[in-house]
Design a protein around this ligand. Structure first.
Ligand code: CP
Length: 390
């Protein structure tokens, strides 16, 4: 992926205080890649997120955390997603795309429910010609007979060239990538949602949607982006907040009831990156400032003690009555599924981006999968040669 910018955050070990430093490597410095097979699990776990990122950019590349991405990588993925989308518009282009990875197979291992992430990864594989297999419920795999998840995944790696996985345990996708690196079947792992922790491919599609929304407004730089809802347990917000630190001058607003407010580890990352933010309960006053609003649902599947029942989130809602107060270009996003936080009566407003956002997921995931196998140049060459319509 060409030359990259890499920012390194180090978390000093020990004590309750975390101090972080950002070291920027710019211009011609390629992002460093290390080998997962060269590090023990204990040493790996002690690394900062940015340090871990260097291991995921190795060979094969894994997609596991938002912190492994640099700004140039985002630019290249977004540009590739748009090229793939345009190539796919013509029948001959769609047929060409299907040849790119027709020698590969992917496993979709979803140990948690999913509609969009599962379907869009599957569709992305189909666009590129990969065959897919899936386990969508661990009750249908031999885990039900007591096989460990690690052995289950090692089994998949005997049959496929890539694992796309969603799992309720935070960090488990990293463990899988590390474990496979210590076998003779080290294949790429793509994190399609892990615990309440990370959802890096969702963050990529969110950035792609924001980038397209602000195409004629100078891009994401300098925009005010408002996160609303269950920010404590929303893995999409956690991953996206980090990616937005890669854009100059953005300001993030975190709007939530106190019990569901963004956690300190994310604020520490923003501080280290020098990204401006505000934490508030007051959605009303922030609404008119927003260039984008990222709504989220209450994530009650993570309730330990009925937090959702005891939290009044009714004011964290957008409906037709709010639309006159929003900027004309304000992009309304939601990772979906939604409940009551966005009224269906605004679905046809041009500022409602969440349906397009969902479809963008298919294109950015196709770009990511193609890049994972190092075949992106073939799509770029085809695009440049045939210049499909915009
Ligand atoms: N946004 C998202 O992750 O949706 P699904 O849970 O339907 O995959």
């Amino acid at each position: 992926m060409g030359h990259r910018v890499c920012a390194i955050i180090r978390c000093e070990a020990g004590g309750g205080d975390t101090s972080r430093e950002i070291e920027a490597m710019t211009n011609d410095t390629p992002a460093k890649a290390n080998r997962l097979s060269d590090i023990s699990w204990a040493d790996f776990q002690a690394l900062s997120l940015m340090e871990k990122g260097a291991y995921f950019r190795g060979e094969p590349p894994h997609t596991l955390i938002a912190q492994q991405f640099t700004r140039p990588m985002l630019n290249e993925l977004c540009a590739l997603a748009t090229r793939i989308k345009r190539i796919n518009k013509r029948r001959e282009g769609a047929n060409f795309l299907k040849t790119l990875l027709h020698d590969k197979r992917a496993m979709l291992y979803f140990a948690q429910p999913s509609s969009r992430t599962y379907l869009s990864h599957n569709a992305a594989c189909q666009i590129l010609g990969l065959d897919t297999m899936d386990v969508r419920d661990t009750k249908t795999s031999s885990e039900v007979k007591g096989e460990s998840p690690e052995d289950t995944i090692r089994t998949f790696s005997s049959y496929v060239d890539m694992i796309i996985m969603r799992h309720p345990v935070g960090g488990f996708a990293e463990r899988v990538a590390w474990m496979l690196a210590h076998t003779n079947r080290e294949i790429p792992v793509m994190n399609a949602g892990s615990g309440a922790d990370q959802h890096p491919t969702q963050a990529l599609l969110d950035v792609y949607t924001l980038e397209r929304s602000f195409e004629r407004l100078g891009g994401i730089e300098g925009k005010h982006i408002v996160f609303v809802g269950d920010l404590a347990r929303g893995r999409t917000v956690r991953s996206l907040a980090w990616l937005l630190t890669l854009f100059e001058g953005v300001k993030l607003y975190f709007v939530a009831p106190q019990q569901l407010q963004i956690t300190q580890d994310i604020l520490d990352q923003l501080d280290a990156a020098g990204t401006a933010y505000e934490v508030t309960r007051d959605f009303d006053s922030v609404m008119p400032l927003a260039d984008a609003i990222y709504m989220t649902r209450i994530q009650d599947e993570w309730d330990a003690a009925g937090e959702a029942r005891t939290t009044d989130a009714s004011e964290y809602h957008i409906g037709a009555e709010d639309m006159p107060r929003l900027k004309d270009h304000c992009a309304i996003l939601h990772p979906l599924p939604r409940r009551r936080e966005i009224s269906t009566d605004i679905d046809d407003d041009p500022r409602a981006m969440y349906w397009r956002q969902m479809r963008n997921g298919m294109w950015i995931r196709a770009a990511l999968i193609l890049t994972t196998f190092g075949r992106e140049d073939e799509a770029i060459r085809y695009y440049d040669e045939y210049q499909p319509p915009a």
